[in-house]
Design a protein around this ligand. Structure first.
Ligand SMILES: [Zn+2]
Length: 306
């Protein structure tokens, strides 16, 4: 910029100071999404919509100074590419909708610590891991507090990957396969969506998972087969099926009356296997969630991100 132009620009800025200043004012605090690493292995993002995505089993970090878990009857297999899935959901959400979810990620391999178990089984008694376990769960707790300070409810998703033969999403609402096959036996108050039913006057408590507005139905409509859904009401006898774990139980229980949600166990082929499919999944997931909020809850996506 030449000297004359600089003088003119400065004069113009002084004359209309407020409008010149506006161009350098950062986004308002409410719109700032904060990322934190609470320890070497626990990553948190504070978003700006009423959604928390927890990723307990995607971690690949295997520090040699942390012993492998070895207590009886434990599972140590990782959920491949689930961190990548959560990050893809985050970037697609930001690009397509202009707001972002809250996310809690464990980067520590499940062979070292299981962030979807109570602390004794999670650590197999290795007290050195207690702080890391607490950081993960305090983070979810903090996300819930932050969301419910602004919104009436929080939607909690515990994101996993399964290795079962049937390529479909397994949705865990704390309703087992036998109950899904006999929906009259479902006790709505023991499901992970019960806290949603109360303020939203949904009367189809036991049948909700196979209605047109159930999350599984909305995903299956977009070519991501899901069980339960209207299209696939229940696993067949003998099918392997995950119905929801520790995190889903803990964060949708009566201790968290403003939280509802479910576990998603993703199949690999067509969902997690490459970035093209992860983007397709993220778009279907977000579109289904927006439909879910609009049709089933008092929270409207037009109010998110503010
Ligand atoms: Zn898992």
């Amino acid at each position: 910029m030449g000297k004359f132009k600089l003088v003119v620009y400065s004069v113009v800025c002084v004359l209309i100071f407020s409008s010149c200043k506006k161009t350098i004012v950062p986004a308002t605090l409410n719109n700032v999404v904060v990322k934190k690493k609470l320890d070497q292995f626990t990553e948190v993002q504070y978003g700006n919509m009423p959604l928390i995505i927890s990723v307990p089993h995607g971690g690949l970090e295997n520090p040699s100074n942390v012993p492998d878990r070895s207590c009886p009857n434990i599972t140590t297999v990782s959920d491949s590419k689930t961190i990548e899935m959560a990050l893809t959901i985050d970037s697609v959400c930001k690009a397509d909708y202009g707001f972002q979810p809250y996310i809690v990620i464990s980067h520590l391999n499940r062979i070292k610590l299981d962030q979807n178990r109570e602390i004794t089984e999670a650590t197999c008694g290795n007290n050195n891991l207690n702080t890391i376990w607490n950081n993960y769960h305090f983070s979810i707790d903090t996300c819930i507090t932050k969301i419910t300070n602004k919104y009436p409810q929080a939607l909690f998703i515990d994101l996993h990957g399964h290795g079962h033969t049937k390529q479909r999403l397994e949705l865990g609402y704390l309703v087992n396969a036998n109950e899904l096959r006999n929906p009259a036996t479902i006790l709505a108050s023991s499901t992970s969506y019960y806290n949603m039913l109360l303020p939203n006057s949904i009367s189809t408590g036991t049948q909700f998972l196979t209605t047109a507005n159930a999350f599984g139905t909305l995903m299956a409509n977009k070519n991501f087969p899901s069980v339960p859904s209207a299209q696939d009401a229940a696993p067949a006898v003998g099918d392997l099926f995950f119905d929801g774990g520790f995190n889903t139980q803990k964060y949708t229980a009566t201790l968290y009356p403003n939280v509802f949600g479910w576990q998603i166990e993703c199949n690999f082929i067509g969902v997690r296997d490459n970035q093209t499919n992860r983007i397709k999944f993220a778009k279907a997931f977000l579109q289904s969630l927006m439909e879910f909020y609009s049709r089933n809850t008092i929270m409207q996506p037009s109010t998110f991100g503010k």
